[in-house]
Design a protein around this ligand. Sequence first.
Ligand code: OOG
Ligand code: NI
Length: 457
Amino acid sequence: MTTDAFFEPWQLRAAFARSLSDMYGREVPAYTTLLEVSHDVNADVVRARGADAERLGSIDRVTAERHGAIRVGTPEEIRQVARVFGAMGMHPVGFYDLRDASSSSVPVVSTAFRPVDREELARNPFRVFTSLLVPGDRRFFSADLQQRLERFLGSRTLFGPELLALADRAEADGGLSGDDAATFLRLATEAFELSHEPVDQAWYRELEAVSAVAADIGGVASTHINHLTPRVLDIDDLYARMEARGITMIDAIQGPPLWEGPDVLLRQTSFRALAEPRTFRTPDGLVVQDSLRVRFGEVEARGIALTPQGRARYDAAIVQGATPDVWRETFPDTEAGLVEQGLGYFTYEVPAAAAGPGALTREPIVYEDFLPRSAAGIFQSNLTEEGSKDASQAGEDRDADWMAGAVGRELFDPFDLYAAQVAASRDRAAARLGVDPESLETPSLGDRSSTTQGAQA
Ligand code: OOG
Ligand code: NI
């Protein structure tokens, strides 16, 4: 990086995603295997399907695309996370309550930091699923444990003052100069590396008995990326190739099944965390070698974003079991069907070589968010112990408003963002055609190659 260059938020975001990926690849070798296999799968899909493979994102976007996951302990910590990600044009989107989505002990609520504008997403869609511990939830923590946990969390520092100051400057100035950008990226990457400080054994094990997730968050004095997920264009093929390489994946691909109709939302699969050597400080002050399983591997395929109606169908279908038969009863088997039934989000596009005024095509909007049941499944598949949960106790109320207050920023609603993309595309198309946006009909007929009469000229 040279001193005179200036790095805009998206450039910081793209560089950060690369830097994290390099760090993770050095530290978690199976992740490198996953990246290699993902690249092979994507190259094969592009070769086989041509332009059609890029309908839900260019191959450049998909190749660079990652999501990460982190877990923090306090509202103050998630506010700091928001400053670091805010510098990179990543904003909190959505609210996920994992406490009920999981049968084992997962005492967190979550949001995802990601770009929200179409152009920004196209430049680099890096997103981070961010979970926040709920120490006041009596189903998991006694009053005494809550108090000790909060004291421990209150006394640690996840992000140093230099990193936060650079983050604030980047947000205020719309980017950073070369030297500052390099420092910011180095400090931000370090903040998410696994710490080699000895772990307080008694404290960690006490929390682990309640919840492995609680121990991962509150049993150590730092945070870490716990997985980094590439995107693939054919997750069934990837699954088979990983197994063939001797890497045991979890039993299932989470989310929708493989079927002949359009891919919607998100399909994910993972391999279990590998035991990594860690040092522990015992109650008698000895430092001993042991291991912890906290970093794992995940991969995902993204489909079309669903409207609230589409999502309601998805939620009803997934509890019946995500089989192709259930899907055939639930969803139309064409994109046109999704449009006609108001189930999916599609934009209005004026083709570059439009046949004439009024010619419109539609393009599907890719799902940029997460799914609570799948997320719970990902958490669950990586827990060594179930932990303990006393369902007779009342949980602590948490919702999107609470999360917005904790983060101290606007929390975007995913549905609003998709709907806004549709509206913006409609206005753009109307302006190009010189007609009133209200006069545009949904381009619902035919497939991609066919056009439909947009304006009543
Ligand atoms: C986050 C799990 C959720 C996903 O892809 O659904 C997630 C975690 O394990 O901290 O990353
Ligand atoms: Ni994930």
